[in-house]
Design a protein around this ligand. Structure first.
Ligand code: HEC
Length: 205
């Protein structure tokens, strides 16, 4: 059954234009700049919130404390950012730590595209899609910093035995170790209602 769904989505999305402008429907071209701008604004804000919280937790109590902190706070933090405008924001991954963050089929399509770019030594650019009443914005999250390796790098070398044990205790299905600097760790996945983009356009005119 699951395979069936995957095949269905492959058929649905598999032949999109390589820059992802086609999703379930063609993105209205006039909306594209507003979607990209809003998407990058939101991911920028979310990234700043999460990374300043992470740095603060690490300086307060080290990696183990930060692990517990991320476990409890990461999803509520991204949720709280999405609440006020009806915009949904999440992080997702092909190798998730938290199973709630497992990439869906459309997210996997973007992940494959980002990984192909990275393999060519190019900087992957965000991808946008349009579904019925929403725009979808996917932006790459790379392991860009030695800090990340404390919790997502090689077990035994980057990740201490003690912290690894804690990770495995908190996340029994963890798949998010073994990454190196420059690897794609996952994506920001944002859904913006079309009405939000329409009102931005109206305000700009
Ligand atoms: C202190 C340990 C720690 C550090 C350092 C850390 N992470 Fe994570 N990361 C986690 C935990 C724990 C989760 C699962 C959070 C949750 O339950 O949603 C996670 C989840 C993620 C996710 C969401 C997808 C998933 O696998 O669940 C991404 C993307 C991510 N981290 C990227 C990064 C990047 C990039 C860095 C470096 C800037 C980083 N992390 C640094 C502990 C850490």
């Amino acid at each position: 059954m699951r395979n069936c769904f995957i095949l269905f989505f492959l058929l649905l999305f598999g032949c999109g234009h390589p820059n992802g402008e086609t999703g379930t429907e063609t993105l209205a071209r006039k909306d594209l700049p507003a979607v990209k701008q809003k998407g990058s604004e939101i991911t920028g804000q979310a990234f700043n919130t999460l990374s300043s919280n992470l740095k603060q937790a690490m300086s307060e109590g080290g990696v183990a404390y930060a692990l517990e902190f991320c476990n409890v706070k990461a999803i509520p933090l991204t949720d709280s950012l999405s609440q006020y405008t009806g915009i949904e924001i999440r992080r997702s991954s092909h190798r998730p730590r938290n199973p709630r963050n497992r990439a869906d089929s459309l997210e996997m399509k973007s992940i494959r595209e980002f990984m192909a770019r990275i393999e060519q030594n190019e900087e992957p650019e965000p991808i946008t899609y349009r579904s019925k009443n929403t725009y979808i914005y996917h932006a790459p999250i790379k392991i860009n910093n030695g800090l990340c390796l404390n919790c997502h790098g090689q077990p035994g070398t980057d990740i201490s035995e003690q912290n690894l044990a804690l990770i495995n205790k908190l996340y029994t299905e963890d798949q998010a170790t073994g990454f190196s600097i420059g690897d794609l760790r996952g994506i920001w996945s944002i859904e913006i209602p079309k009405t939000v983009i329409d009102s931005l356009q109206a305000a700009a005119n």
